[in-house]
Every structure is written in structure tokens, then in C-alpha cells.
Design a protein around this ligand. Sequence first.
Ligand code: 3EB
Length: 297
Amino acid sequence: MRPDGIDIALGLEPLEIPEGREAAPELWYAAGAVRTEQIDDLMLAHAGDRLVGCWYRPHGAAEDPGAITEQAYHAILEACQERGFEHLVRAWNYFPAINQELNGQERYRSFCAGRARVFEALPDFERHLPAATAIGTHADGMLIYFIAMREATLRIENPRQVSAFRYPRQYGPRSPSFARARMSQEACGAAELFISGTASIVGHESRHAEDLEAQIDESLRNIGVLLAAASEEGAVALRDPGDLSMLKVYLRHRADGARAQRHLRECLGEDVDILLLHGDICRSELLVEIEGLYREG
Ligand code: 3EB
């Protein structure tokens, strides 16, 4: 039987799925009876200690993503707060034409500005930043889905990378509002580690422009360092990205699917679930971005 809840369709094409098969859906569970609600553009499902939601509004490449993002995050934070799920732990941001310029600014940078206007207004805003992904789709619409918890979660940064919320101005007028990872102990008592979209960036600079395998290697190195940082905090003992429960890999070029899959399996072995999706990375020189999830048990 299908459990109660909400369905979220991302509008990102899965790659390298065998003929006649479908990509496995990502399922988020919570303890207890699920309550679902629709408030304007926001769809919510909550139970026990977890709220899962999705904000969606039609949005095309010719519209400014900054204003709509600001409205979205105001609505999201308010709805979470009102229901007692004050702690945003993970957010996925998907919208079209992410690297295209509009009114002299890359659309990703406008998106960052809108998001920053909401988060940077919070007291000690760094503490509240969720782990996140921001990816360009080939479909219309601004879609933000997210997970919020009742209790505070631990924020983890990557010592190899400048924290995104402190990126220098060369990457845009406002820095990206996200944490490199967050760890929660709450969902049914099991540890969960949410790793943000991670790319071939060292310090704040992109590395290995146009080299797919080298970008994958650098991204996995970054994830490895994050796992070490998370393990130092206790609660998990993870050494290698292959120890994670699942990885979601975004590829700029559909034609890179087979090569990426081969290289990822060589690096990671067969245990971890890998989902490849066709989407644009928010810096145009980057070909790949990798996010991860660990769930205990
Ligand atoms: C980076 O490290 C790569 O703006 O929410 C990764 C994950 C990236 C999330 C976001 C951006 C975001 O800067 C890009």
C-alpha cells in the first residue's frame, strides 16, 4: 500500500536507467500519522519529528528568480515555524536556465541574492543554513523541496572549502546561503547526514574545468573530508563516500552519463545507491555535482 504523503516530481531526467526500468523514487518517512496540507504554493507533509515540503510556482527563464526565491523562502520558513519544525535541515532548489544572464546578472546569482535576503536577516544566520543543492533544470518552474525537523541539527563545514556563505564577491553580490552538511539524530532515533551538492571546488575556486573524471575525483575528495569532519563530531563513523546510503549526481551533459557511471563505480564500489540526473551546475565550468545522504541502519 502506498503510504500517505505528498508526491514531488522534480523535472530532472534520470540517466543510465536500464531499458524498461524506472528510477527508484526517493522516499522520506516519519513516525506516526502523516498530515498533508496545501497553502498557496506550498505543499506540506508532516508527522512526528519531520516535515517534508515543496514550494512550486510556474517560472520561466525570462523572469527574475531573485524575487520569487525570496517569496518562497519567506513562505517556507514561516510555515515550518508555525508548525513547530523550526529547523530547516535540507533544501533542494531547481529552476530553469541557471547559467543564463538576465538583466546583466546570471540567474543563479539573482537566486542567491533572493535567498540571502531571507536567511541573512535571521539572527546568527549561519546557524540556520540548511544543507542544499541548487541545480538548473530543463523544465519551467521554481521548485524548492525541503526537510525540516523539530530539534536543532549539527552544521558541518568543509575545511578544504571556504564556507559558501563567505564566498568572495567575485561569485555574485550575495553569497550562497547553505551549509556544506547537516547531521540530525532525530528521525526515529537514527542518525542522518545530509551532504550538500558538492563540486570540484577547492578554497572558493573551481578546479579541473572541462575534465569530468578529475571533477568527480575532486568532488569525492571534498565529500571524504566532510565525512571525516562529521565523524569527528561523533554519531557517525564514515570514511569514504562509498559508505554513504545514496549519492545523487548531477551531470551537465547527458552524453557524460555512461562515463560518469563507470568512473563513479570504480571509485565507490557497488554498495552505495547512485542516481544520475541531467541538470546544470551553478558554475558554467563545472560538469558535475554530487550530493549524498547517510541514514543509519
Ligand atoms: C558550490 O560549492 C557548488 O547555492 O544552494 C552546491 C550546493 C552549490 C548548493 C546552492 C550551490 C548550492 O558552491 C554549488
